[in-house]
Design a protein around this ligand. Structure first.
Ligand code: NDP
Length: 292
């Protein structure tokens, strides 16, 4: 399918990280050394990998990373006290609490305790509300990364019909808000939607954030559609374990004009935008730097 643009998320992420590196050196010349605090509670293996990758990317771009590893039995008030300390520390620009948290800790209370100006995941209600109002706030990294891929692929998005599959607070809802801000007509579908396939088939842009391997097949897609596949699903196939998206990539190739692969599509952009958000946070905290 030589006519299909297979969107290279790794290359796009490398470009974003190069921008971050340049901006970091500008900020350093202005006397500010951007720093990201990463908090991990417990020893979930997947979370450990995510945190390690985040720390590595930060270091590659010149952002100072401050790791806080706490035991799984950490009390909620001890975690809240740490966040309070990081909120008050002028040397810390971004605070990321790796999710999920152990069950005895109230995740929402912890996320709400983060200073909205340091909330690099964009999950605080102040930032969620700001996004919905179209204010300049810190925005969740995965949808922000998807928007960059879409803009790089399609240019102006105004007037396009976008269907977002999934309505989670982490991906689906903020994605819909960003697409609306970019003047798309947005349809959000979910597990209770009727006529999922017919709705999808009307879309110029499909963003799949479901968590169901290969749910979206070629007959769900309009000819020439642009597909962003956020899903990361581990399946066993032919006795081997592999990662697949929410879209049937092979069949979609016969229909779409552009599509992100899994892996190598949206995934690398998420971490790259965490770094972008750390810089955005530093600038929000130091408005005088905005003009530089
Ligand atoms: P959630 O489980 O929180 O949300 C899934 C959404 O999909 C829900 O809104 C659910 O509907 C909807 N849904 C579930 N089944 C169906 C179905 N059969 N038909 C239509 N809609 C359905 O997941 P997340 O949003 O957190 O993540 C989605 C996927 O993206 C996962 O595979 C995850 O691993 C991946 N992901 C990837 C990231 C990356 O960096 N690439 C980052 C974050 C997530 P309802 O609300 O009705 O239950």
């Amino acid at each position: 399918f030589p006519h299909v643009n297979i969107i290279d998320g790794k290359a796009a992420a490398a470009r974003v990280l190069a921008e971050v590196r340049d901006e970091v050196s500008d900020l350093k010349s202005a006397g500010l050394h951007p720093a990201l605090a990463v908090v991990l509670v417990g020893s979930d293996p997947a979370s450990q990998v995510y945190v390690r990758n985040k720390v590595l990317r930060a270091e590659e771009t010149g952002i100072c990373s401050l790791e806080h590893k706490l035991p799984a039995d950490t009390r909620e008030d001890a975690l809240l006290a740490l966040i309070e300390r990081l909120n008050g520390d002028p040397a810390v620009n971004g605070i990321l609490v790796q999710l999920p948290l152990p069950r005895h800790i109230d995740e929402n209370r912890v996320l709400q305790a983060i200073d909205p100006l340091k909330d690099v995941d964009g999950f605080h209600s102040e930032n969620v509300g700001g996004l919905s109002q179209g204010r300049e706030v810190l925005t969740p990294c995965t949808p922000a990364g998807c928007m960059r891929l879409l803009r790089d692929t399609c240019g102006d998005l105004a007037g396009k019909h976008a269907v977002v599959i999934g309505r989670s607070n982490i991906v689906g809802k903020p994605m819909a808000a960003l697409l609306l801000q970019a003047h798309c007509s947005v349809t959000v579908v979910h597990s209770k939607s009727a006529n999922l396939r017919e709705l999808c088939r009307q879309a110029d842009i499909v963003v799949a954030a479901v968590g169901r391997p290969r749910l979206v097949d070629a007959d769900w897609l309009k000819s020439g559609a642009v597909v962003i596949d956020v899903g990361i699903n581990r399946i066993d196939e032919g006795g081997r374990s592999r990662l697949v998206g929410d879209v049937n990539f092979d069949s979609a190739l016969g229909v779409v004009s552009a599509i992100t692969p899994v892996p190598g599509g949206v995934g690398p952009m998420t971490i790259a935008f965490l770094m972008k958000n750390t810089l955005a946070a530093a600038r929000l905290q130091h408005p005088a730097l905005h003009s530089q």
